[in-house]
Write a protein that binds this ligand. Structure first.
Ligand code: NAI
Ligand code: HPV
Length: 387
C-alpha cells in the first residue's frame, strides 16, 4: 500500500489512475509520494517515507532539489504537458498588448448605464486603437516545449520570428518550423524585435536576465512577455522602463505587489497552465511516472536523477539504489550481493550530474539485512527493495 498527498488541487482524471494500492493521506509527512503544482516546498520537512515528488507542471523552482537528491527523493515534472495552455495565453497576451481590448472592455463596463452607448462607442473607440501582429518581429528566448509552440504559432499570425536557445534539444529543433530564424546571440533578439517572449526555466544562470542593460538594448515601444517566472526579470528596471515609456507593455503571468497596477503592465494571476486540458495532462503524466517508479523502480522525466528503465518488474525482486555519482559504487553493490550468494539477473546504472541510479534484478528473494549493508556504503542515499 502506498500513501500519497496532494499539496495543491490535482486533476481527478490523473488521481483516478492510482489503483486501490494507493491511499490519499492528509499529512504530507506520512506520504510515499507528494503531488504538487506551485506550492513552495522549500521550507517543508521531507517525510521519512517520501520517495517521489510529482510536479504536475514544468517549473521545479518551488522544490528543494538538492535536499531531495540527498534524501534519495526522486523529483518528476511533466515536460510539455501544459505547453499548449501556456502558448495560447502568450498569444492572447500579445493581442492584449497590441489592441487595447482591456481599455475598451473597461470603457463599456463604465458606460453600461448609457442609453446611447452604441453611438458614444463610435466616438470613444479612437482612444483604444492598436496595431496588428502581422509583419512584426517576435523574439522567442528559450525554445523548449512552450517556446517552440509559441514560435510556430506566431509564424501563422504573419510574424517574423527569431529564436534563441544555446542549449536547444534535438527534439525541439525537429519541432521548430523552418521559417523561424536562428538568433546566434540574445542581443540580436533584444536589438531587433518588436515583441520578446521568454520561456526559460528559473535557474541561477537565468535569474535577472532581463535587466536594465537588456532593456536598454531593446527598441522603444517594445512589448516584453514573461510567462516563465517573475525572477527572470529585474522588476525595478522593468518598472522604470514602463514608467519612462521605453517598454510599451510588460505582460506577465506573475503578480507581485510592486508590478500590480504599474501603467503599461498587464498582469495575469498565473493562469498559463490553468486549463482543463493542461491540468488533466499534467496530473495523468505525474501519476503515471510516480506509479512506474514506486511499483517498478523505473525513472522517466526526473529532474534530479537520470532516466532509467528496466521495464515491468516481473517475479524477480528488484533492488534500486539512489547514490552519488562516484567511482566503484557498482563494485561495492555486487560485493554485498555476492556475499549473500545472490545472483544478478539484470542490471542498469545511469548517472546525471552528481547523482546516479542503479537497478538490479535478483532471481531469488532478497534476505533481510541486505538493505542495511547497502546503506552502509558511502554515497548511497536510499535503497529500495521492490518484491
Ligand atoms: N505560466 C505558466 O503557467 C507556466 C510557466 N512555465 C515556465 O516556463 C518555463 C519553460 O517551460 P517549458 O518550455 O515547458 O520548459 P522546457 O524545459 O521544455 O524549455 C526550456 C528551454 O529553455 C532553454 N534555456 C535554458 N537556459 C536558457 C538561456 N539562458 N537562454 C535561452 N534558452 C535557455 C532550454 O534549453 C530549453 O530548451 C518553465 O521552466 C516554467 O518556469 C511552464 C509551464 C506553465
Ligand atoms: O508548470 C509550470 O511551471 C507552471 O508555472 C504552472 O504552474 P501551476 O501548475 O499552474 O501552478
Amino acid at each position: 500500500m502506498y500513501k500519497y498527498h496532494c499539496l495543491n488541487p490535482i486533476s481527478g482524471v490523473g488521481l483516478e489512475q492510482f489503483t486501490e494500492d494507493y491511499v490519499p493521506v492528509s499529512d504530507a509527512k506520512a506520504a510515499d509520494a507528494v503531488l504538487v503544482r506551485s506550492t513552495s516546498m522549500h521550507e517543508m520537512e521531507l517525510g521519512p517515507d517520501l520517495k517521489a515528488i510529482g510536479r504536475a507542471g514544468a517549473g521545479v523552482n518551488n522544490i528543494p532539489l538538492e535536499r531531495c537528491s540527498e534524501n534519495g527523493v526522486v523529483v518528476f515534472n511533466t515536460p510539455g504537458a501544459n505547453a499548449n495552455g501556456v502558448k495560447e495565453l502568450v498569444i492572447a497576451g500579445m493581442l492584449l498588448a497590441s489592441r487595447d481590448i482591456i481599455g475598451g472592455i473597461n470603457w463599456v463596463q463604465e458606460n453600461e448605464e448609457d442609453g446611447n452607448i452604441a453611438k458614444d462607442a463610435e466616438k470613444a473607440k479612437k482612444a483604444f486603437a492598436g496595431c496588428e501582429l502581422d509583419g512584426k518581429k517576435l523574439g522567442v528566448i528559450g525554445l523548449g516545449a512552450i517556446g517552440v509552440l509559441v514560435a510556430n504559432a506566431a509564424t501563422h499570425l504573419g510574424m517574423e520570428v527569431y529564436g534563441y536557445d544555446p542549449y536547444v534539444s534535438v527534439d525541439s529543433a525537429w519541432r521548430l518550423s523552418r521559417s523561424i530564424r536562428h538568433a546566434k546571440t540574445v542581443d540580436e533578439i533584444y536589438k531587433d524585435c518588436d515583441y520578446i517572449t521568454i520561456h526559460v526555466p528559473a535557474l541561477d544562470s537565468t535569474k535577472g536576465m532581463i535587466d536594465a542593460d537588456a532593456l536598454n538594448l531593446m527598441k522603444k515601444g517594445i512589448v516584453v512577455l514573461n510567462f516563465a517566472r517573475d525572477v527572470l526579470v529585474d522588476e525595478e528596471a522593468m518598472i522604470d522602463a514602463l514608467l519612462s515609456g521605453h517598454v510599451k507593455h510588460y505582460v506577465t503571468d506573475f503578480p507581485t505587489p510592486a508590478m500590480a497596477g504599474v501603467k503599461g503592465a498587464i498582469v495575469i494571476p498565473h493562469l498559463g497552465a490553468s486549463t482543463e486540458e493542461s491540468e488533466d495532462n499534467c496530473a495523468k503524466m505525474a501519476v503515471k511516472q510516480i506509479r512506474n517508479y514506486l511499483e517498478h523502480g523505473n525513472i522517466t522525466n526526473a529532474v534530479n536523477f537520470p532516466d532509467c528503465d528496466m521495464g515491468y518488474k516481473g517475479d524477480n525482486a528488484r533492488i534500486v539504489l539512489l547514490h552519488h555519482n562516484i567511482p566503484n559504487m557498482l563494485g561495492q553493490f555486487t560485493r554485498v550481493l555476492a556475499e549473500e550468494n545472490l545472483n544478478i539477473a539484470d542490471l542498469a546504472n545511469k548517472s546525471k550530474g552528481e547523482f546516479a541510479y542503479t537497478m538490479i534484478d535478483i532471481d531469488s528473494e532478497v534476505p533481510e539485512g541486505v538493505t542495511d549493508e547497502l546503506l552502509k556504503i558511502e554515497g548511497v542515499r536510499r535503497v529500495r527493495i521492490i518484491e
